[in-house]
Every structure is written in C-alpha cells, then in structure tokens.
Design a protein around this ligand. Structure first.
Ligand code: NAP
Length: 468
C-alpha cells in the first residue's frame, strides 16, 4: 500500500497547494542505502557537567568517521588522552552550519535544577537540525539512582518526547539510558539512532544494561554484522516478515524463512532471492516447536536470531467475539512464540549470544477498538519479553520486542480510509512507516554489538498519537 497523499504533498504542485490550504505536509524520510556512512552530516555533541559518557561518545563517532562539533574542546578517551579533535562550536564559528545530529550526555544531571542544561544546549541549535535529523539524549537508568538523580533522569523522558513532537521535517528524538558500567556497549545503539535506519523511531526510551556479556568486538563489520549467523523469521513470505528477511540477509545472515503451506510459493521466491532456506509450517501446530527445533539443529547446527513475526488479526467488538476468533489470534500471536522460544532454549538450539525478537504492536500498549483479542496477544508478547529476559541473558543472549504502529502493508491496506488516514497523519512524522523501518530496528537488536540491549520494547510508530 502506498501513501498517495505523501507523494502529492511532496510534488511540485503539492508543495504550493498544501500549505495554502492548511493541509498536512509530511516529509519524505531519509532511509538507509547500503554502503552509506552511519552519520551523513555533522554531529554536535554537548554534555551536562559531570557526565560520564564523553569518552564513549567520542569512540563511537570516531569509529563512524563522523564530522564532530562541540563547544567543550577536545573529546578524550577513558584514560584522559585526546581521542578526537572536533570543530569548536560557537554561535560565531557555526555560522550557517546545519547538523545531522545533536547528541547530549545528560548523565551528569543529579538535581532537577540542573535540567536547565538541556535547554541551554538545545535551544540555540534547535533550528539548526537538518531534515531527517536526530536528537539523542543519553542518560542513566533512573531506577539505578536515588533522590535528585532519579528524579532528574526520569524527567529526560518528557523532554525527548516533547522535542520529537516539535522538531518536524522528519527529525526524530530519542532517549538512551546507559547503565553505569555499560559505557563500552554504546556503539551499536548510538549508530542505529544516528543513522537513517531509525527513520521511523521517535519518542522512544531505550535501555543499555550490563546484564549481557560484552559481545561487541572492535572487528565487528558494521556493514555485515550478521555474517556467519543463522536467522529464523516466521511469516516471511510478505509484508513486514519479507522486509525482515531481506534486511537480515543484507546484514550477512543466512535467513531461514517460515510460513504456512498455502504461501510456500511466495516464501520460496523470498528465500531464493536472498539465498536463504524455506520452512513451511503452521507455528500453531502441536508439534511445531519440536519440529522447528529439530530442523534448525540438523540443517544449520542451531540458530542465532529468532524473529517471531507471524501474526494475524481477526477483529470483532467484544460483544461479537466468537471463541474461535479469540483463540486463533492468541494461538498464532502469543502461544506459538512462547512455545517455540521455550523449545529453542530447552533444546539449546539457540546458539550462545543468540537473539530473540518479538513483534508486538502499539495495540498491545494502548488497546484498540475491535481488537481485544489482538491487543491481548500483543501485550502478552511484551510479557513474554519480560518473562524470558533473565533466562535468555543467562544463556548469553538477549530478547527484545518491536511494537510497530501504522506500517504500510496488506494488513493496514484493509483498514477503512478514514481510520487509515488518521493512523498515518496523527503522528510526529505525519505518515505511516514502511516494513523496512520495523526490519531495521530488528536488525539493530540482532546485531552482535547489541549484547547489552535486553528486555526492551521499542515502538516503531513515528511517535504516533494513537497508542501514545
Ligand atoms: P501479514 O502481511 O499478514 O504477514 C504475516 C505473515 O504471517 C503472513 O504471511 C501470514 O500468513 C503468516 N502467518 C499467519 N499465521 C501463521 C501461522 N500459523 N504459521 C505461520 N505463519 C503464519 O502481516 P504484516 O502486516 O506484515 O505483520 C507482521 C507482524 O507485524 C504481525 O505480527 C503483525 O501483528 C505485526 N504488526 C503489523 C502492523 C502493521 O501496521 N502492518 C502493526 C503492528 C504490528 P496468512 O496469509 O495466513 O495470514
């Protein structure tokens, strides 16, 4: 399904007419093109006094070969040596300079009065962010702190979410909490949020912990982070699943696509195109978890990445909900991922450092009219992440979920016109996302560099108002 209004609003005629009629002007979002640098443009870095992340930020920006600006002088490594010599920012030196990203280390903020450092850094440069730019605030998980630190770090959420609603022109705003001791685990996440791969992720809060062992290595090939890995994607024959399969294959994985028998031909087209393998199986079949575990072990020696994408909707208002309508949705969306995860863990089919990724939905966070069954199943997926995160971490892996908002697929093409338009426009980015936006977020979780990203649920929704 394509968004015809988005195309019109960005045409020569549309650009003249839309503002005059007071119509929405959704921007064309910049998306990742293979081979592109992680940050395509200058990055302005700032920090509140006492922040602890400057060396980690400098290391990432150096590795990403970014053009760095700061008002603070040279950025130093953990040993205090100069690691990166940025351009020095001041109102005079910057002139007409525009920034692709504004990155602020807020970890030093220990009292609400010090939150003014946010305004002091961002206010003068808020208009200097390029279209599809990035605002990123880095903090400390509030739950690890007490008193003023806890209060202030929690307050960062309100700032980043509001900024996301104000920025416009396709720019995004996100908050990353980095646990103390996890500074060297920042790279995969900061690269993702700086890059066009996070085009449709805004207003989100992500936690980088210390629970999982450090799996990021300096040798990680950021263009092919999944080289040598095997990735299972359920529901891979079309829509979001197809995009996930393609994106994980682009990142170097051998993808095992799974779908039901009637979609075998479509599935084969996808897996042939990306050099993967196909399994036709109904994930709700009684013996599906065992069969899948056996096949992954025998044919591939195990699995490194599991994406529980297969999902269905069977919408009915509660008063009209038949038992089978309820059961089908819970069976595909929740019971199957639960049973398969258990079987892969028990049978040690998930390799060490493995990644499990659930596909929830904003309906599972906010609820939705006519979707008590679907929203229950998708909230359950979030429960599944919580329930398994300790066990998966103990096996050296991670488990996380994405919660897509309005994504342009066959599923949303069936939504009535008025609701579809509301779903698209009532968001900070003024449009629906593309399947690739969900896939890129999953690829970030799947990366070997994301070993400390565990138990997160990130909405891929363009900061949609529905579900906010
Ligand atoms: P889709 O186009 O319907 O694709 C889902 C795939 O899963 C289909 O190929 C489907 O086959 C397959 N599947 C269904 N039941 C299965 C079973 N028992 N065993 C194996 N495969 C099965 O849906 P989509 O829009 O890409 O959505 C993908 C995921 O994202 C779903 O979990 C969905 O709930 C979630 N999501 C989507 C959106 C959105 O805006 N599109 C928003 C939030 C969340 P069938 O032909 O049988 O259906």
């Amino acid at each position: 399904m394509s968004d015809k209004y988005l195309k019109f609003a960005n045409s020569f005629v549309g650009k003249q007419i839309a503002p005059k009629l007071g119509l929405p002007q959704p921007p064309v979002l910049k998306r990742y093109v293979p081979g592109q640098k992680a940050v395509d443009g200058a990055v302005l870095v700032g920090a509140a006094d006492g922040g602890r992340l400057a060396p980690a930020i400098a290391a990432v920006l150096k590795s990403a070969e970014a053009e760095v600006w700061t008002a603070e002088g040279p950025l130093r490594d953990a040993a205090g040596a100069v690691d990166l010599t940025p351009k020095i920012y001041s109102a005079e030196t910057a002139g007409d300079q525009r920034f692709q990203a504004l990155v602020f280390d807020a970890t030093g903020i220990a009292h609400p009065d010090e939150l003014k450092a946010l305004r002091a850094f961002f206010q003068p440069v808020a208009r200097k962010l390029r279209p599809s730019g990035r605002l990123i605030v880095l903090g400390t998980p509030p739950e690890s702190l007490t008193a003023g630190g806890r209060v202030s770090q929690r307050a960062l959420e309100g700032f980043t979410r509001s900024a996301g609603k104000e920025l416009g022109k396709g720019a995004t705003s996100n908050l990353v909490y980095v646990a103390e001791g996890a500074e060297d685990q920042l790279e995969s996440t900061l690269r993702f949020f700086l890059s066009p791969k996070s085009a449709f992720v805004s207003g989100q809060v992500v936690r980088i912990g210390v629970g999982a062992p450090p799996t990021a290595t300096p040798e990680l090939d950021w263009d092919k982070p999944l080289a040598g890995k095997v990735a299972l994607v359920t529901g891979a024959s079309r829509g979001i699943g197809e995009a996930i399969a393609e994106t994980l294959a682009r990142d170097g994985a051998h993808v095992v696509g799974l779908d039901i028998e009637p979609l075998a031909a479509d599935l084969k087209k996808v897996t042939d195109r990306i050099g993967g393998s196909a399994i036709t199986l109904d994930v709700t079949a009684e013996d599906a978890p065992d069969q899948l575990a056996k096949q992954l072990k025998n044919d591939h020696g195990g699995v490194d990445v599991v994406v529980h994408n297969a999902g269905i909707t069977r919408d009915k208002r509660l008063a009209n909900m038949k038992p089978e309508t309820w059961d089908q949705v819970i069976a595909v969306n929740l019971i199957a991922p639960d049973r398969i995860t258990l079987a892969l863990l028990k049978g040690k089919v998930l390799n060490r450092g493995g990644r499990i990724i659930g596909v929830s939905s904003i309906a599972g966070i906010a609820g939705n009219n006519g979707q008590t069954n679907y929203a229950t199943s998708k909230a359950g997926v979030i429960g599944l992440i919580d329930a398994f995160s300790a066990d998966v971490a103990a096996a050296g892996g991670t488990i996380n979920a994405v919660a897509p908002g309005f994504i342009e697929t066959q599923m949303t093409a069936q939504v009535p016109f008025g609701i579809r338009e509301a779903g698209r426009r009532l968001s900070s980015l003024g449009q629906g996302g593309l399947p690739v936006d969900v896939a890129e977020t999953i690829a970030w979780y799947a990366s070997p560099g994301s070993g400390a990203v565990n138990g997160n649920v990130v909405r891929v929704c363009g900061q949609g108002l529905i579900g906010a």
